[in-house]
Each structure stands twice: as C-alpha cells, then as structure tokens.
Design a protein around this ligand. Structure first.
Ligand code: SDX
Length: 423
C-alpha cells in the first residue's frame, strides 16, 4: 500500500493507494472531502474508479481483454457461451458436471409465464426492440417479486428467459407466431430456432450460424465498468432487484455512443453504399469538426490500440460470409474505411481504431438479424457480465449506495417573487 500526496491551499494530504493484480494504481480519495472540503471532478469518469473488481481486465494500450484471467482470444475460439456465463458469474471455468447442471437450468427456465405474452400485445409492431427488451426484463420482477431473496435462481431465470423474450419481440415485430424454446437445443441454437423457425416448415439450425452466434455472445459477455455495466452497478447499489438493475443496463446500452453503435454502423455503411461507395468522403466528414458525422464503430474510451474483439470479428465476418456464400458489399466498405482511417493522421493522433461494433453487424446481418435488433444481440451477450458485476457489487462489503457529488454552478440565494410581481 503506497501513498499519494495532494497539496490544496497549502494543506498537504496523504492519500493511500490501492494496487491491482495487474499493477494498476488507484488513489483512494475516500477521506478527501472530510479532510479538505474539496471533491474531485472527472467528466465521464475517465480517470475515476468506481469499485475494485475481479471479473474482467482490460489493458487499453495493449489491446488486452481477459475474463477472470482467461484471454478473450482463447475463450472466443474454444469456449461455449454457457461456459463463459458460468465463468463470469462464478469465477471459475465449470467442470463437466457443473456445466451440465448449469445448462440444464438454462433449458428448464427458458419458458416465460404465458400471461407475459399479453404484455407484448401492448407494443406497436414498430416498437424499438431495446424498449421492448428493457420493459419485459423489468416485468419479470412482477412475476418473481422476491428476486433478491433467491438471487441464484433468479440469475438463472433471467439468463434463460432473455433469449425467449428477444425472440418473441422479433416474431411480434414481423407478425409471425411465437416459437417456443425447445429442450433439445443448445442456448444459441434455441435462440436461432425461436427467431427463424416457422410452423409451415422444418427449420434446421445452421452450424455456421450457431458457431458465429456463440462467438459473438462470448465476445460481448463483459467489458468491466463501461456505461451500461456501471449503470447496472449504480442501480444495484440501492439494493434494487436483479431485473430492475439489468433493465437499466439495457437502456444505457441502447445509446448510439455505446451498444447502439452496431445499428448505426450498418446504417452508416448502407448510406456510404447508396452514396456511390465514396468512403473517403465519409472519413473526411468524420474529421471535420463542423460536421456532426462520426465514424460509428470507431474509437473507444479505453482501447487506444485495436479492440481485440474487432480483430476477431473482422476475421469471422470473412469466414461466415464465405461459408454462407454471401457477398455483402458493406464488408468491403468497412474494410476500406478501416484502411483509410488507420493511415490518416487524424485517427492515428487520436488513437482511434475499430471497436467491437464495427464488424459485428456484418455477421448479424448474415445471420438474418434485422439491423434494429443488433443491439438486442449485444444485450444478450452482455447479460452474464451485467449479472456478474451486479452480484459482485451486492456481495462486496465495500459497496455503498452510489451517490456522486457535484460542483454547483447555479444562482446564489435569492428571494421568492410572487407571480403578480414577475412582470
Ligand atoms: C462500446 O466502454 C466500453 O467498454 C464500451 C464497449 C463495451 O464493450 O461495453 O466497448 C462497447 O460502446 C464501443 C463504442 C461504440 N461507440 C461508437 O462506435 C460510437 C463512435 N465512437 C465515439 O463516439 C467515441 O469514440 C466513443 C464514444 C466510443 C468514445 O468517446 P470518448 O472516449 O469520450 O472520446 P472523445 O469523444 O473525447 O473523442 C476524442 C477525440 C475527439 O476529437 P478532438 O475533440 O480531440 O478533436 O476523438 C474524436 C473526437 O471528436 N473521435 C472521433 C470518433 N471518436 C472519437 N472522431 C470521429 N469518429 C469517431 N468515431
């Protein structure tokens, strides 16, 4: 344990430091306001740690991402999503018997209460699926009102039912009958079956798509204290139940600067395609301070090197399209955008690289997922990470209700003026 010295108006304050497993150093300012009356101010929390966590490690400068110490590259290639869910939530890779029991619970709890289907009737077919997903997840709290009394059971309920809720939302949006989950299919195959099976014909899940979906979910499973995960921990810090906390995370992820970027990337690529493939024009627009246009899927608060997930997704996008015999011109546009941007001083100077959202939409599209559902797929992947982080926050003796301070910049004290004297 080291110390940091802070001098404020001649007062010298010694603050303890906390050093993490990978030698990251944090200055503990818990006593700052009490000793000096001052607070810190850090817009966007770019320099502020909200907690200590043992779940995910990111080294943004080196492009490293590990879940519970395992490299994302190894997990993406070798682990099933169910294994990664178990790893993130329980901290260790499951043994065969533990994994079988975990998967059995995911299968057993995949149905939703029949009455929940009535809730879907209230949404217009044009409802954005992220609004539907967050509403339906928080509605689970009405069917399981004692969620905080049996956390482990409700964690399995949520993990198991989320794909079912997402698939029903999709079927409702296209006017097709709901397809129920099946007990003979894996987590990922079940989701694809619920999304794309129709009563009129036999639907066989493509092993290519099943493998691609497993990889996409693994890559999205956790990412330490990002905007939506911090939201989940924030809501959970008030002792709100699991469903309420996760629904908050879904809403935060929806934002186009966060998980909503994957939908915006595909809309951007389609716009460039319709504009004659003039990708250089859009790189120039992204650099123009007077132009609100941003290269969606590029840049990251933490990664100042390649997002390791983007590297994997770029390769998998090629493989999936080749295996399916799909020629998607948007993939070529994405690759050209990346190539031109990475040679351009503006992007090099700001260390802007493709992030997880840049190539994922190409693969979702090849799977038949409509663009407006891309962020729902991101949410399904991030669910175990949100859950693991929520649980870690709940279980930590160091957790207090999150209540940041502020610097007030409003009017000083002034007397009330009655309405008839306000002019
Ligand atoms: C995700 O945090 C996570 O871990 C998130 C995530 C996860 O797994 O949970 O990784 C998932 O959200 C990935 C990010 C998806 N969002 C996008 O792709 C949207 C496009 N990207 C940007 O909006 C931006 O890069 C952010 C939001 C991702 C990061 O924003 P920051 O850290 O606040 O950076 P910034 O806006 O301060 O940008 C720094 C500079 C600025 O230029 P200057 O003012 O210094 O001249 O870089 C520029 C920005 O204008 N810049 C971009 C850009 N991103 C940043 N310029 C053009 N195009 C971009 N995409």
């Amino acid at each position: 344990m080291g110390t940091a010295k802070l001098t404020l108006d001649g007062q010298v304050l010694e603050l303890p430091t906390v050093v993490g497993t990978e030698d990251e150093v944090g200055i503990d300012i818990s006593k700052l306001r009490k000793e000096t009356g001052a607070i810190t101010l850090d817009y966007g929390y770019g320099n502020t740690g909200s907690c200590e966590s043992a779940i995910t490690f990111i080294d943004g400068e080196k492009g490293i991402l590990r879940y519970r110490g395992y490299a994302i590259e190894e997990l993406a290639e070798q682990a099933t999503f169910a294994e990664v869910c178990y790893l993130l939530i329980h901290g260790e890779l499951p043994e065969r018997s533990q994994l079988d029991a975990f998967v059995q619970k995911l299968t057993y709890h995949s149905m939703i209460h029949e009455d929940m289907k009535k809730l879907f009737e209230g949404f217009p077919p044009t409802a954005h699926p992220m609004a539907v997903l967050s509403s339906m997840i928080v509605s689970l709290a009405t069917y399981y009102p004692h969620a905080n009394e049996n956390v482990d059971l409700n964690i399995m309920r949520l993990l198991a039912k989320a794909p079912t809720l997402a698939a029903i939302s999709y079927k409702k949006s296209i006017g097709q009958p709901v397809v129920y989950p099946r007990n003979d299919l894996s987590y990922t195959a079940n989701f694809l079956h619920m999304m794309f099976a129709v009563p009129a014909e036999e639907y066989t899940v493509s092993p290519v798509l099943d493998r691609a979906l497993n990889l996409l979910l693994v890559l999205h499973a956790d990412h330490e204290q990002n905007c939506s995960t911090s939201t989940v921990r924030m809501v959970g810090s008030s002792d709100a139940n699991l469903y309420a906390s996760i629904a908050g995370g879904v809403c935060a992820l929806w934002g186009p600067l966060h998980g909503g970027a994957n939908q915006r990337v595909m809309e951007m690529l389609a716009r460039i395609y319709e504009d004659g493939n003039d990708y250089r024009k859009y790189v120039d627009k992204a650099k123009d301070r007077n132009d609100p246009f941003r290269l969606m899927g590029f840049g990251h608060r933490v990664y100042k090197n390649f997002d390791p997930r983007a590297k994997i997704l770029k390769r998998v996008a090629d493989e999936v399209l080749d295996e399916l015999g799909i020629d998607n011109p948007l993939l070529d546009i994405a690759k050209n955008l990346e190539r031109v941007a990475l040679e351009d001083e503006y992007f090099i100077e700001r260390k802007l690289y493709p992030n997880v959202d840049f190539y994922s939409g190409i693969i979702y599209s090849a799977m038949g997922i409509p663009t407006r559902f891309f962020t729902v797929l991101f949410a399904l992947g991030r669910l175990p990470g949100w859950i693991a982080q929520w649980k870690e926050g709940r279980d930590s003796p160091k957790t207090r209700i999150n209540r940041p301070r502020q610097i007030y910049t409003g009017p000083k004290l002034r007397p009330y003026v009655p309405l008839d004297r306000r002019g």
